[in-house]
Ligand binder design. Structure first.
Ligand SMILES: Cc1cc2nc3c(=O)[nH]c(=O)nc-3n(C[C@H](O)[C@H](O)[C@H](O)COP(=O)(O)OP(=O)(O)OC[C@H]3O[C@@H](n4cnc5c(N)ncnc54)[C@H](O)[C@@H]3O)c2cc1C
Length: 547
C-alpha cells in the first residue's frame, strides 16, 4: 500500500504534455498501441512524430506589470521568466496541450507569483485592486477544464498565484486522526509523510503526482480509492481561504448544524472565491492489506448490476472499476505481453459464455486483514451470483502498475496526430445505462469524425456511480480546436440531456461554464454569483470561470 513516489519536482515538468520531461511511457507498449490505433482507423502509416515548439518559439508579449509592482513583488516570489509564464498559461486538457503544440495559445500571464507566505495575500489583494490586476490561483496545473485559463479583456494584466511553495505538512492530531497541511503540497509529499507515521489520506487521483491539496479542494477531486475513503470533500474537516474580503477559516469540528455549510460552499470554488492556503483532513491507519478481485462480464449492463449489488449490500470496496468492451479490449492489448495469451483469451471467453466483447472489472477491498478477507469473500460471491467470471488477480497488478503511467501515453498519441480526450459524469443507477447507450449511439450516428469511444465506471455509491469516457480519433490538422469543440459539445449534451452531472470530479472551469445553466436552476446560479460578488466585489479572482 505504500506508494513511496519521489517528491514532485515541478521544475522538471513538461509544459507541452504530462509529467516529467525525461520520463516516457513504456516505448514498446506505446508503439504497440499506436499501431493498433492506426489499424483501427485504417491508416497506412503513422503520422510522423511532431516536435513541440521550444519556449523560445512562443511569442510571449512583454509583461504589462508596472515597475512599481515588479519592484515590490520580485523579492516575494514574482517571476517574469518566459518558461514560468508559459507553464502557467494553461492546464493539461487536450485543448490546452494542442494549443501549446500548435503554438496557438493566445494569452500568457504577465507574471507568476510563487507565493512564499499566506500572509502576503492581503497586500496582494490590495495591490491587485489598486492596479486592476487579475489573479489566477494555481496548484499543480493538472486541471482539465480550463480552470487556470487566462480569460477576460485582452488588455487585462494577469498574475498567476502559484501556491506550491506552501507545501508543508503542519501537524498530525493522532487522537482525532487528522492532518493539517498547506494547500500547495503535492500528492506524493503529503502521502509519503503520512505513510511514515503509519497513516494514509486515501486520495489517489490519476494526477496524484502532479496535483496539489489546494487544487483537489478547489475542484472537488476524486481519487481511485474514493469508494472507501470518499471524494476530497468528504475528507476535509476544515479549511482556510483568503478572499479579497478577508480570511475565512471554517470551524474544525467533525460535524455541525450551524446553518448552511460554509465549508461546502467554498469547496469546489475553483479559485473564484479565494485562495485556499490550508486544510485539515481526516486520515486513516495504513491498511494492513489490500486485495483485488477481477472478473469479466458478458456485457456492460451485467457489470453495472454487479457493482450496484455490491454497493447496496453494505460492502465498501476501495477501488471499483468496470470497463466497457472497448476499454477492456485496449486494456488487454496493453497488459498482455505474450502473443499466446492474446490468442488464447478469446477461446476462454467463449468457453465461459462471455461472448466476443466481454467487460473487465476490478474491485479492491482494503483495511484490517480480517475486514479485507470478509469483504473479499462477499464480493466474490456477489460477482458469481451476478454472472461474473472470476479471473486471477494478476490483471489488477497490471492495472496498478500502469495507473499513474497511462497519462504519458496521451503524449505519444498526440505526437503522432491522434485526437484523445476524456470526460466524466455521475448519475443515479437508474440513469447510468441510458447515458452510456445514448453516448454510444450519438457517436455512432455522427459522421463528421472517425472516433473510438471507451468507457469505465469508477467511484461507486449506493445510489449511483461515475462514468468516465475516453474518445480517440484522428486529428483534423489545422482544425484541432474546432474538432475538439464539436466532440466536447456532442458528448456533454448527451450527458446533460440524460440526467448526468456536468462533472463528477473535474470541475467546471472555463470549458464547462456554458452548461452550468443546465446543471443549476437560475436562482441557484444567482446565489453562486452573489457569493462571488460578496467575497470578491472587484472580480479580481479567476474571472470567466464556473458561473
Ligand atoms: C492525466 C490526468 C489525470 C487526472 N486524474 C484525475 C483524477 O483521477 N481525479 C480527479 O479528481 N481529477 C483528475 N484530474 C484533474 C486534475 O488533476 C484535478 O482537477 C486536480 O484536482 C487539480 O489539482 P491541481 O493542483 O493541479 O490544480 P490546478 O490545475 O492548478 O487548478 C485547478 C483549479 O483549482 C484552482 N486552484 C488551484 N489551487 C488552488 C488554491 N490553493 N486555492 C484556490 N483555488 C485553487 C485553480 O484556479 C483552477 O481553477 C486529472 C488530470 C489529468 C491531466
Amino acid at each position: 500500500m505504500l506508494l513511496d513516489m519521489p517528491t514532485t519536482d515541478k521544475n522538471q515538468n513538461r509544459y507541452w504534455g504530462w509529467g516529467y520531461q525525461n520520463h516516457e511511457y513504456d516505448p514498446h507498449k506505446a508503439s504497440l498501441f499506436l499501431h493498433l490505433l492506426a489499424q483501427r482507423f485504417a491508416l497506412n502509416t503513422l503520422a510522423p512524430k511532431q516536435i513541440p515548439p521550444t519556449v523560445e518559439q512562443f511569442s510571449i508579449p512583454k509583461t504589462k506589470l508596472s515597475e512599481e509592482f515588479i519592484a515590490r513583488w520580485k523579492e516575494r516570489g514574482l517571476s517574469l521568466k518566459n518558461e514560468d509564464r508559459l507553464f502557467h498559461a494553461a492546464g493539461k486538457s487536450y485543448r490546452d496541450l494542442i494549443r501549446i503544440r500548435t503554438n496557438t495559445l493566445a494569452r500568457f500571464p504577465d507574471g507568476v507569483l510563487f507565493l512564499q507566505d499566506a500572509k502576503h495575500l492581503d497586500s496582494l489583494f490590495v495591490d491587485a485592486k489598486k492596479l486592476g490586476i487579475t489573479l489566477i490561483p494555481f496548484g499543480g496545473g493538472s486541471g482539465v477544464v480550463g480552470g487556470t485559463e487566462c480569460v477576460g479583456p485582452v488588455n487585462n494584466t494577469i498574475v498567476v498565484v502559484d501556491v506550491t511553495k506552501l507545501d508543508r505538512l503542519l501537524s498530525i492530531d493522532h487522537t482525532a486522526r487528522t492532518v493539517r497541511a498547506q494547500a500547495g503540497i503535492f500528492g506524493p509529499k503529503l502521502e509519503n509523510e503520512l505513510n511514515r507515521q503509519g497513516y494514509t489520506l486515501g486520495h489517489f487521483p490519476q494526477s496524484f503526482e502532479f496535483s496539489t491539496l489546494g487544487g483537489w479542494l478547489a475542484t472537488r477531486s476524486a481519487g481511485q480509492n474514493s469508494t472507501k475513503y470518499g471524494k476530497i470533500e468528504n475528507m476535509v474537516q476544515s479549511l482556510v481561504i483568503h478572499t479579497p474580503k478577508g480570511v475565512i477559516e471554517t470551524h474544525q469540528v467533525p460535524a455541525s448544524a450551524t446553518g448552511p455549510s460554509l465549508k461546502h460552499l467554498l469547496l469546489g470554488s475553483e479559485g473564484i472565491y479565494g485562495i485556499i492556503t490550508e486544510a485539515v483532513l481526516k486520515i486513516h491507519p495504513l491498511p494492513q492489506s489490500q486485495k483485488f478481485s477481477c472478473a469479466f462480464f458478458e456485457n456492460f449492463e451485467q457489470g453495472l448490476t454487479c457493482v450496484r449489488t455490491i454497493m447496496q449490500a453494505d460492502i465498501t470496496p476501495s477501488v471499483v472499476r468496470l470497463s466497457d468492451a472497448d476499454e477492456t479490449s485496449f486494456f488487454l492489448d496493453l497488459m498482455l505481453s505474450k502473443k499466446w495469451q492474446k490468442k488464447l483469451l478469446p477461446h476462454w471467453f467463449n468457453f465461459k459464455g462471455l461472448g466476443n466483447h466481454p467487460c473487465f472489472m476490478l474491485i479492491a477491498s482494503e483495511g484490517q486483514t480480517t475486514h479485507t478477507n470478509f469483504h473479499l469473500d462477499k464480493i466474490r460471491s456477489l460477482i458469481r451470483s451476478t454472472h461474473g467470471k472470476l479471473v486471477p488477480r494478476k490483471f489488477a497488478a497490471k492495472w496498478k502498475k500502469d495507473r499513474f503511467e497511462l497519462p504519458y501515453l496521451r503524449d505519444n498519441l498526440m505526437d503522432h496526430g491522434f485526437f484523445i480526450d476524456t470526460l466524466e459524469t455521475a448519475a443515479p443507477w437508474s440513469k447510468l445505462l441510458g447515458i452510456y447507450e445514448s453516448m454510444k449511439l450519438a457517436f455512432f450516428e455522427q459522421k463528421s469524425h472517425q472516433l473510438l469511444m471507451a468507457c469505465h465506471l469508477s467511484h461507486a455509491y449506493k445510489d449511483g456511480a461515475s462514468l468516465y469516457f475516453t474518445f480517440m480519433g484522428v486529428q483534423k490538422r489545422g482544425h484541432e480546436i474546432a474538432q475538439w469543440e464539436e466532440i466536447k459539445d456532442l458528448a456533454t449534451n448527451v450527458i446533460m440531456s440524460q440526467g448526468g452531472t456536468l462533472s463528477h470530479h473535474h470541475g467546471v472551469g472555463y470549458d464547462h461554464k456554458k452548461w452550468m445553466v443546465q446543471e443549476e436552476t437560475p436562482v441557484g446560479i444567482e446565489v453562486l454569483k452573489a457569493i462571488k460578488k460578496e467575497l470578491d466585489p472587484e472580480g479580481l479572482l479567476n474571472p470567466g470561470k464556473v458561473v
